[in-house]
Design a protein around this ligand. Structure first.
Ligand SMILES: [Cu+2]
Length: 473
């Protein structure tokens, strides 16, 4: 939280220094000082001090880029550059991003704002920035080769357009996309409505994050860029659980969460304990008569979904991708299924041959959460996160919505674990257990079994290619 203040101080100093020196318009027209963020903390909302007022968003494990106002134009400076992103405590990735982080900072403007974005390329190859979902002049669309020449290393380009339509958008390169998206180059863009909007409600908390994915071998730092589908790190804003901050709200808050997908697959995002409405996409607000309640919304590649609900149930509610492989970290993939395999006796003999041999998964994979497995350097356990009742056994795309009556307005701090009212937690049953009654016959009402119990059936298997007296062709 300190770093936000430092950040603003830096931004203020940059603007202030120019003003104090009393330099002329020519100097003011120079490139705005880029603001760099070194931390992966969730920064509190950046309340606008120039331009039209709006209710700012909170970027999960991210931040909003400060701007300067020049003759009524909002000026931002994005620097495309290699960054080191802490994806979870103890695990750092060498990515490409903007202004010190991947994803880049969120850009927040107001409908009708004229926006000027300077993009400096400090990457080893050319790039461009595409403003996903925006209405803009074709030459500002950022498709290298098609609408503009690519930005060569060391060069700075200027984009300028009016943010015509309110909504949630994204930005990402449209140059060597396979590499640059796999390396983490992306960011969010929010255009707030300029006044009361019939389909955009004011909310108490407005969160946003991007879905992204990486393939980083345990023990290494750089993503494999050729991976098409088999990623091993499923992240929100380039963070993996338990590195993703919780979404902390006050009971009865109206909450909006904006989620964009820049991975190579869809993600059904599921919220516990509440129903929500999908109130918007990157195409704009959803008309009221086209909304319906959900507890999971699937977000396809290149899409954004904006969900809204009233947080009226206190507690610690899971918020996660419903693809179970997306709530685990590296190390877990490519392990053979060992459920039901009896390793007794074998493990001892194997240990003589392979001293590091370890039995994995013969009772399922939950053991992996407690296993004192020696991890290579720079990686995190596959399923982890300590909750108040033990291991949460999750990784990847997982976080917690914390709903508390004691959470002050505007306080985004972690309130700690929920204190459940006495008697409201599932507990071990202590009474006697009876033998379950089993159905007398096989089959059910619609398919009654024969009066005699089903006998054993022997199946004779003939291998294809094995010749017998009466082979079928
Ligand atoms: Cu997923």
């Amino acid at each position: 939280m300190n770093s936000r203040r430092q950040l603003l101080k830096l931004a203020g100093m940059a603007g202030g220094a120019v003003a104090a020196a009393g330099v002329g318009r020519a100097a003011l027209a120079a490139l705005p000082e880029p603001v760099i963020q070194a931390h992966a903390d969730t920064m509190p909302p950046l309340v606008p001090n120039t331009g039209r007022p709006y209710d700012p968003v909170v970027t999960l494990n991210g931040w909003t880029l400060p701007w300067r106002m020049i003759d009524g134009v909002k000026e931002f400076h994005l620097v495309a550059e290699p960054v080191v992103r802490e994806m979870a405590p103890g695990f750092k990735a060498h990515l490409w991003g903007y202004n010190g982080q991947s994803p880049g900072p969120t850009i927040e403007v107001v409908e009708g704002d004229r926006v000027r974005i300077f993009v400096t390329n400090r990457l080893p190859e050319h790039t461009s920035v595409h403003w996903h979902g925006q209405r803009l002049p074709n030459g500002m669309d950022g498709v290298s080769g098609l609408t503009q020449p690519a930005i060569e290393p060391g060069k700075t380009f200027v984009y300028e357009f009016v943010a015509r339509r309110p909504g949630t958008f994204m930005y990402h390169p449209h140059a060597d996309e396979m590499t640059q998206l796999a390396m983490g180059m992306m960011g969010l863009w929010i255009t707030h409505p300029k006044s009361e909007h019939p389909l955009i409600e004011r909310v108490d908390r407005d969160f946003c994050f991007l879905l992204n994915a990486y393939d980083i071998e345990p023990g290494s730092y750089t993503p494999r860029i050729m991976t098409m589908l088999d990623f091993n790190l499923w992240s929100w804003n380039s963070r993996i659980f338990p590195g993703i901050d919780s979404l902390n709200v006050r009971t009865h808050d109206k909450v909006r969460i904006r989620i964009g997908n820049l991975t190579m697959t869809n993600h059904p995002i599921h919220l516990h304990g509440h129903e929500f409405m999908v109130t918007g996409t990157d195409g704009g607000p959803v008309p009221n008569n086209a909304r319906w309640p959900e507890v999971t919304t699937d977000i396809a590649v290149g899409q954004m979904r904006q969900i809204e609900f009233v947080a009226d149930e206190e507690g610690d509610w899971a918020l996660h991708c419903h693809k179970s492989h997306h709530t685990m970290n590296a190390m877990g993939h490519g392990v053979p299924t060992m459920i039901g395999v009896d390793h007794r006796g074998i493990a001892g003999r194997l240990t003589k041959l392979i001293p590091d041999y370890m039995v994995m998964g013969e009772r399922g994979m939950a053991d992996m959460t407690e296993m004192p497995m020696p991890l290579p350097e720079n990686t995190v356990p596959m399923m982890t996160g300590q909750g108040p009742f033990g291991s949460v056994a999750m990784g990847g795309m997982f976080s917690v919505l914390k709903v508390r009556s004691g959470q002050a307005r505007g306080d985004y701090g972690d309130p700690g674990w929920y204190a459940h009212p006495p008697g409201s937690v599932a507990r071990e049953y202590a009474g006697a257990t009876a033998q379950p009654v089993r159905a007398a016959a096989a089959g059910g009402q619609s398919m009654p079994g024969s009066s005699s119990p089903a006998g054993e059936v022997e199946v004779r298997v003939r291998k294809p290619g094995a010749h017998s007296g009466h082979g079928q062709h």
